[in-house]
Design a protein around this ligand. Structure first.
Ligand SMILES: [Zn+2]
Length: 184
């Protein structure tokens, strides 16, 4: 799934909380955006393993959410939102395809790493690859709750992210041909 899909999923989850507690809206949104993006920074390390924690992330996320409920401050709310978005990102990577550029030619059976059982989870391919038409549709759908609840720069960023997602999906399959061999 696209980075934007992961960010919109995080924002969709925190949107009802932000609606109920408007003074925490900004830290919740910042947390969801950072948490949605963060796992993929392992692309320079071991992608979908180093910063992805689909199983191990669940108890950590539960603790962060419990802390935010017990002591609701901007910091705990932001941290809980980041944990939820990052865990959702890691877990949902198992529902997509592998990390390969051209899954229609090369199929990988490694979706995301489970640190608890020390093995790779296989891709379910509900979303066949990042930037697939179903990924773009999912991104647009997940962007809606955030657009309804947040305003200012956050809603502007969501609109920009939607435009970027649709543009990326339109050129996604051509990107492989444009990518030089040494980069693949
Ligand atoms: Zn990922």
């Amino acid at each position: 799934m696209m980075a934007t899909t992961h960010v919109f999923a995080g924002l969709a989850v925190v949107a009802p909380v932000a609606y109920a507690v408007p003074k925490l809206a900004i830290p919740l949104a910042i947390g969801a955006i950072c948490g949605g993006l963060a796992p993929d920074f392992d692309i320079v390390l071991e992608h979908r393993r180093t910063f992805h924690a689909p199983v191990l992330g669940a108890p950590v996320t539960a603790l962060a959410v419990a802390a935010a409920l017990l002591v609701p401050t901007a910091v705990t709310a932001g941290f809980a939102a980041a944990a939820v978005a990052a865990w959702l990102h890691s877990a949902s990577d198992a529902l997509g395809g592998g990390p390969e550029m051209d899954p229609w030619n090369h199929r990988s059976e490694r979706a995301v790493y489970d640190h608890v059982r020390s093995r790779w989870l296989r891709p379910r391919r509900w979303v066949r690859y990042d930037g697939a038409p179903e990924d773009a549709a999912l991104a647009v759908g997940l962007a809606v709750p955030g657009l309804l609840v947040f305003d200012g720069w956050i809603s502007a960023a969501i609109v920009g992210g939607v435009a970027l997602s649709i543009g990326y999906a339109l050129v996604r399959r051509r990107l492989v041909a444009w990518t030089p061999d040494w980069l693949e």
